[in-house]
Write a protein that binds this ligand. Structure first.
Ligand SMILES: Cc1cc2nc3c(=O)[nH]c(=O)nc-3n(C[C@H](O)[C@H](O)[C@H](O)COP(=O)(O)OP(=O)(O)OC[C@H]3O[C@@H](n4cnc5c(N)ncnc54)[C@H](O)[C@@H]3O)c2cc1C
Length: 477
């Protein structure tokens, strides 16, 4: 890239980096994006990582947050080829008796699959169906700035702020609903006894009903490419294959937005910030990591429960107790024998992902941060438990330890895919304790990654809020 001057330079092309670049470019300012990899997209990349013709989502695959994101919805992504594909069921949760609960677009169908707790499920979900957009705006807002709808948020907090453990005991009687909710809440990547773990479960289930859990046709890379199409149309310069080690390398600009986590912010900015701020960034906490596997499969996964064959995502963990134990052990730095596994089968619904008759599989389980334990056998045993014969379908596999993930993308510190622990304390201190967390003490430097509110996931809202902050403080607009 020529060292010409830009209004803003964004380091990193994840969903948040691309969103930040676009929001600034929309105001007519010149913007450059610099990405370490040869391809753009951060957590939205797709590649042939097993066999030729098998397209694997290397990181994110399922996009309830992507399709619901107020920022993504402000971009006409379909103009650039993005097509959301909706599986018959958003998710399925199989049990050892061969049956399964499902998250369906219909609350009725979902409730029915939960047996005795059908009415209870309605009671927990129905109040949110008409106000979900307002609620989402608050939850994806620039926390901890005061909410625009405090009463709505307080109502949500009353239901969802307790731990998932308290939630299931308060609302459900039967094992099916408790286990189903545990699978949803475990997306929080923290013990189910932790406050706020229930809020992930409620929000993800609600999103299933109101927008679905789609995958992107052709892979998540299609979402990155669609965003890049809009960026290029807005005149943004994208430069790949450049790992930024220091601010000194960057072309001159009025604002630099860093789509990286606090540890990398410290490396890149060196001595630029006062000691007190550097100490705060240094205290930022990373969460558990993940161990991930991509498979090329000779045929569809032979799930015992028919519902699982028709679901995009399958939650494998059996009962509430098992899932809670799995997440608790990880919180204690241990590795469960029967880990909770998130399995995704996008090629069942998007035939562009695999050769005729063949399939791709994607799964991960949580592990302690920085873990070096190989979880392949434990993950495959959990799948085999609900789909006997699965192992016979494996043509090839690619495993990703926490170290592999971090060397693939330096934002995944110790395998943490959310850019930092998402517990109650770090909701208020993401990445430091201040009202506009995207700002740093230098008015020309901003943090726009998922280490800022509202946190992990492919939604671009951290980047959007960081860009609005930079426009206000660096450009006075
Ligand atoms: C295996 C896995 C599964 C996931 N599944 C889902 C899912 O199904 N749905 C969902 O919503 N979310 C999912 N996520 C989480 C989601 O991918 C992340 O939360 C999201 O990508 C974070 O976006 P970001 O822009 O903050 O950072 P990233 O997407 O991590 O992007 C950061 C970018 O910055 C680049 N970079 C870093 N350092 C430098 C440097 N020094 N110089 C230049 N470039 C640099 C990186 O190469 C990367 O491209 C998953 C993540 C993983 C790893």
């Amino acid at each position: 890239m020529e060292k010409s001057e830009y209004d803003a330079v964004v380091v990193g092309s994840g969903p948040n980096g691309l969103a930040a670049a676009l929001e600034i470019a929309r105001t007519g300012r010149s913007v450059a994006v610099i990405e370490a990899h040869e391809t753009i997209g951060g957590g939205m990349r797709t590649g042939e990582v097993t066999l030729p013709g098998f397209l694997h989502d290397i990181c994110s695959s399922v996009h309830p947050l992507g399709i619901a994101s107020p920022f993504f919805r402000s971009v006409n992504l379909s103009n650039y080829g993005l097509e959301w594909v909706h599986p018959r069921y958003c998710a399925a949760h199989p049990f050892d008796d061969g049956s399964a609960a499902v998250l369906d677009r219909s609350v009725d169908v979902t409730a029915e699959s939960l047996g005795d707790d059908a009415r209870a499920y309605h009671r927990t979900m129905d109040p949110w169906l008409d106000v979900w957009e307002f609620l989402l705006e608050e939850l994806l807002g620039p926390f901890p700035l005061p909410p625009r709808r405090p009463f709505l948020l307080a109502r949500f907090g009353l239901q969802a702020l307790p731990s998932a453990q308290t939630y299931v005991n308060r609302y459900f009687k039967g094992e099916r609903a408790k286990a189903f909710f545990a699978g949803m809440a475990a997306h929080s990547i923290q013990p189910l006894e932790n406050i706020v773990s229930a809020s992930f479960g409620l929000m993800l289930s609600l999103l299933g009903h109101v927008v679905g859990w789609p995958v992107a046709r052709g892979g998540s890379q299609s979402l990155a490419n669609a965003l890049a199409g809009e960026l290029t149309a807005a005149g943004v310069k994208i430069c790949t294959g450049w790992k930024v080690n220091s601010l000194d390398e960057l072309p001159p600009s009025r604002a630099v937005l860093l789509d990286v986590t606090p540890r990398q912010v410290l490396d890149i900015t060196g001595e630029r910030f006062p000691d007190a701020y550097r100490r705060q960034l240094g205290r930022y906490r990373y969460g558990p990591g993940i161990f991930k596997i991509d498979w090329a499969l000779s045929e569809p996964v032979p799930w015992r429960a028919e519902e699982c064959r028709q679901a995009g995502t399958v939650h494998l963990g059996g009962t509430y107790e098992e899932i809670a134990l799995s997440e608790r052990l990880i919180g204690q730095g241990k590795h469960p024998e029967k880990p909770f596994v998130l399995f995704v089968q996008p090629s069942r619904f998007d035939r562009s992902r695999a050769p005729e008759g063949k399939e791709v599989g994607w799964a991960y389980c949580h592990v302690p941060n920085g873990s070096t334990v190989d979880m392949t056998d434990r993950i495959e045993a959990q799948i085999e438990r609900f789909a006997p014969g699965f192992k016979d379908c494996i043509l090839a596999r690619r495993v990703w330890s926490t170290r592999d993930l971090e060397s693939y993308n330096p934002n995944y510190i110790g395998g943490d895919i959310n850019g930092g622990m998402q517990d109650l304390l770090q909701f208020f201190t993401r990445p430091t304790l201040q009202l506009t967390p995207y700002r740093t003490p230098d008015p020309g430097i901003y943090i726009c990654s998922s280490s800022t509110p509202p946190g992990g996931g492919v939604h671009g809202m951290c980047g959007y809020h960081a860009a609005r902050t930079a426009l206000r403080y660096a450009f006075n607009s």
